[in-house]
Design a binder for this molecule. Structure first.
Ligand code: FAD
Length: 283
């Protein structure tokens, strides 16, 4: 398996989902995944707690995607709380479940970890995981930030370390969400100039409720262009109209990105198959 098979689907669309809090909610998530399968994604990725708390859930879900649905599944794996032993046992557990794609991440400081423990963590950056993952036969993705990671002093510095991630063996990159395509095009140009030549998937988050936007901006640092701000002001008191306008905004973004020939579109579904379905139907 290599990264070309990840991009083999004609749709050029992939999805992110997250594990439910409770194991009892797994049947609902499997229904969501069954619905997402009908949209022919190139892959579905599943998030992982920064402290590794839901690693078993991530493995279970990605195994379902890979083995039951027959779609490429990507397990996110954060290194903030990993030791060498827990890293090796986690990737062995992935292999035993037939998982062969990993998105290698650092994760932010888990709430129950002290500043000292976070600063002294065994793996400082996900680039340190990649050579071992590659040797073990995994296809490996990395994260990238069109508006710069919040800790990087400059965009140039962030891209310098992104290039290192690719040199360590990342097969492709998935971007943080953004609402302004121009920012993504500028980022692609910077990557190209830096010699980063792996595929870069564009991260799109459909904003379907006014309350989503605050959390989304806090977590991602994405800037809000005027068109998005106008839409929020106009529809914030009308949930149905807000949902439709948010989906339309995502569709317009995706259409333009595709016209520009981007490598792929990665939709942050927030486990809402209906939103993904509406977007794919319009495309
Ligand atoms: P890094 O690559 O380590 O980058 C973090 C900072 O360190 C950047 O400023 C970078 O410039 C700098 N840096 C990188 N390498 C070096 C180096 N060698 N030396 C010095 N500085 C360096 N979080 C979760 O907890 N679970 C998830 O499932 C999850 N999924 C995500 C999926 C995507 C597509 C994205 C974009 C983010 C996701 N995150 C997730 C959030 C992510 O964990 C955070 O953004 C985190 O702060 C950085 O992770 P990273 O892998 O980009 O780290």
């Amino acid at each position: 398996m290599n990264h070309t098979s990840i991009f083999s689907s004609a749709s050029g669309i992939s999805f992110e989902i997250f594990p439910p809090k409770k194991w009892e909610s797994f049947p609902n998530l499997y229904e969501t995944l069954d619905a997402l399968k009908e949209l022919h994604p190139s892959f579905i990725s599943c998030t992982y707690g920064a402290g590794g708390s839901n690693s078993k859930k991530t493995a279970e879900i990605v195994s379902y995607i890979q083995n039951q649905l027959g779609i490429e599944g990507i397990a996110h794996l954060t290194c903030a709380a990993l030791t060498k032993d827990s890293f090796l046992s986690t990737i062995r557990a992935f292999q035993e479940k037939g998982i062969h794609n990993v998105l290698a991440l650092r994760g932010d400081k888990p709430a129950d970890m002290s500043e000292e423990a976070f600063a002294g963590r065994e793996y400082k950056h996900p680039s340190e995981l990649i050579p071992t993952l590659k040797e073990a036969g995994f296809t490996v993705a990395g994260a990238c930030y069109p508006e710069k990671h919040f800790e990087a002093a400059t965009m140039e510095e962030d891209i310098h370390f992104l290039k290192h991630k690719v040199e360590q063996g990342a097969d492709f990159l998935i971007s943080q969400l953004f609402f302004d395509n121009e920012i993504f095009y500028r980022f692609l140009e910077m990557c190209e100039r830096a010699g980063i030549d792996v595929p870069i998937e564009a991260g799109i988050m459909p904003i379907t409720s006014a309350k989503m936007i605050g959390t989304t901006i806090n977590l991602s640092g994405a800037s809000v262009p005027k068109a998005m701000a106008d839409l929020l002001a106009r529809y914030q008191d009308s949930p149905e109209d807000m949902r439709k306008a948010g989906i339309d905004y995502a569709i317009t973004q995706i259409r333009e990105l595709r016209e520009r020939g981007v490598d792929g579109i990665h939709i942050y579904t927030m486990n809402h198959a209906d939103v993904a379905r509406d977007i794919c139907a319009a495309l």
